[in-house]
Design a protein around this ligand. Structure first.
Ligand SMILES: Cc1cc2nc3c(=O)[nH]c(=O)nc-3n(C[C@H](O)[C@H](O)[C@H](O)COP(=O)(O)O)c2cc1C
Length: 234
């Protein structure tokens, strides 16, 4: 694969938020997990475990647990300036989220016991940093694998609130030693996402030293956030 092919895959990967309910072959799920297997991880501890869910009743239950956080999340958001408030993508503002149509959920968990594999100072001072980076890396591989298979995927982080984790843990028998990282909804896309705002390359590059002329003011950063979360006209 050359760089152009690689970049084509990277730019083709987008968050799918509407899915066809059609099942995907089990072989595709295997291929997605196969990609995760090759992810880098600190000290090669490979902390990941994956729970694959196709059962509708289980998915409904997970959604019920996610929804339990909606009233709390809403109240917390109301404490912020209006332009920064999120309306939520997990059914907080009404209907069921599109990912509920996805035929497969993959819940990625990390085995906290594997943190002992890091050098002691990493483990003691950096806490879960390396573990979270390893999970993010594996998770991104999975999303890219799904894209390469012609599938759509959504990254769902709403399953790692402490309350939601506890509820899912009970439902699926996930041991206490595992932390629920995030959940991937995957299936055939029913809708192509619109164009995405992507920052300019030069604005984020600082050659040899940090370039203060590229350092956004507080106001610019807030304006950017308000734009990407859709609170102002683009
Ligand atoms: C750590 C992380 C958490 C995310 N959590 C969610 C989520 O809970 N719900 C959601 O709809 N999208 C979630 N996303 C997807 C982002 O919203 C999305 O990647 C971003 O808006 C860029 O759009 P794109 O993926 O289409 O390029 C998450 C992405 C990351 C990396």
């Amino acid at each position: 694969m050359n760089y152009d092919d690689f970049l084509e895959l990277v730019t083709r990967r987008r968050s799918t938020r509407r899915f066809k309910p059609d099942p995907i072959p089990d072989e595709y799920v295997d291929k997605i997990i196969e990609a995760a297997r090759w992810s880098p991880s600190g000290a090669n501890v490979q902390p990941w475990e994956f729970v694959i869910i196709k059962d509708k009743v289980t998915k409904d239950k997970i959604y019920e647990f996610i929804s339990e956080m909606n009233p709390i999340n809403r109240k917390v958001e109301l404490t912020r300036p209006a332009e920064l408030q999120h309306h939520g993508s997990h059914g907080a503002s009404g209907g069921r989220p599109g990912y509920m149509e996805a035929p497969v959920f993959i819940i990625a968990c990390s085995d906290l016991r594997k943190m002992e594999g890091y050098p002691l100072s990493t483990f003691l001072i950096k806490g879960r940093h390396n573990h979270i980076s390893a999970m993010a890396s594996a998770f991104l591989y999975m999303h890219l694998a799904a894209t390469s298979l012609g599938l759509g995927s959504q990254w769902i982080s709403a399953t790692n609130y402490v309350l939601t984790q506890a509820r899912i843990r009970g439902l699926l028998g996930i041991p206490e030693e595992l932390e629920i990282y995030d959940t991937m909804a995957v299936g055939y896309p029913a809708l192509q996402p619109g164009p995405r705002l992507v920052r300019e390359r030069e604005g984020m590059m600082h050659r040899e030293r940090f370039d203060p002329s590229r350092f956004g003011t507080d106001e610019q950063v807030r304006q950017f956030i308000a734009t990407v979360i859709g609170r102002v006209e683009r």
